[in-house]
Design a protein around this ligand. Structure first.
Ligand code: SF4
Length: 216
């Protein structure tokens, strides 16, 4: 594929539902395609559906929204080589840019000013063996590691990983319950009692709107 073409699943303007930026209006660009198959994936429609956009067309689309915060998400943005260049172009245009990535693709070529939100896949996702641990070397204090927790085993695993790689204080650590599987109260209690260094996060967009609605 040409360097200035990127396959896009959807573009929409909404409230940021996750991360330390939750609650802020944000333009979302969802790329098409992901090699992973997380057991609880809520964007399966992004695996194949999509159309090719030139960078020019994509920039024109997002200019329609009066917002300076943009998130490149997926699917998996970093499975497309053109994403690295597009991230730099967004920075050059003056956007504040978030990247949400599944953690299996190298972050080495991601521009340093991009704020990275990186999944660490826990065992219940069935994708924990895909984590690229070398990526930890590319994180800085404004970046975020997100653990989606389905059960107590995931929580204990996440705590072990944080200890093993000395992640406390390295970047933001987000713990998110699998929607409608792990009770919010349960995870909140575990965090208060055993992981005060972590941030509890919910998917705001699934609370504001119907959880099945796309494009929000
Ligand atoms: S990485 Fe994201 S898009 Fe890919 S399967 Fe997992 S949750 Fe779905």
């Amino acid at each position: 594929m040409s360097q200035d073409i990127i396959k896009i699943n959807e573009i929409f303007y909404s409230i940021q539902g996750e991360s330390t930026h939750a609650g802020r209006p944000c333009i979302f660009i969802r790329t098409s395609g992901c090699k992973l198959r997380c057991s609880w994936c809520d964007t399966k429609y992004s695996y194949d559906e999509g159309e090719n956009y030139t960078f020019e067309k994509l920039l024109k689309e997002i200019k329609k929204f009066d917002c300076n915060l943009v998130e490149l998400t997926g699917g998996e943005p970093l499975e497309q080589n053109s994403s690295f260049l597009f991230l730099q172009i967004l920075l050059d245009r003056g956007y504040e840019v978030l990247l949400e990535t599944g953690g299996h693709c190298s972050l080495e070529k991601v521009p340093s000013k991009i704020q990275k939100i990186v999944d660490i896949k826990c065992p219940a996702s069935l994708m924990h063996k895909t984590v690229d641990w070398d990526n930890l070397a590319f994180l800085n204090s404004k970046d975020e590691l997100k653990f989606v927790i389905q059960d107590r085993n995931d929580f204990d695993w996440a705590i072990d990983i944080i200890k093993k790689y000395s992640l406390k204080g390295k970047c933001n650590l987000l713990f998110s319950p699998v929607f409608e599987v792990l009770k919010n109260e349960e995870l909140a209690k575990w965090i208060c009692d055993e992981a005060p260094f972590a941030r509890f996060q919910m998917q705001f967009h699934k609370i504001i709107w119907d959880s099945e609605i796309r494009g929000v």
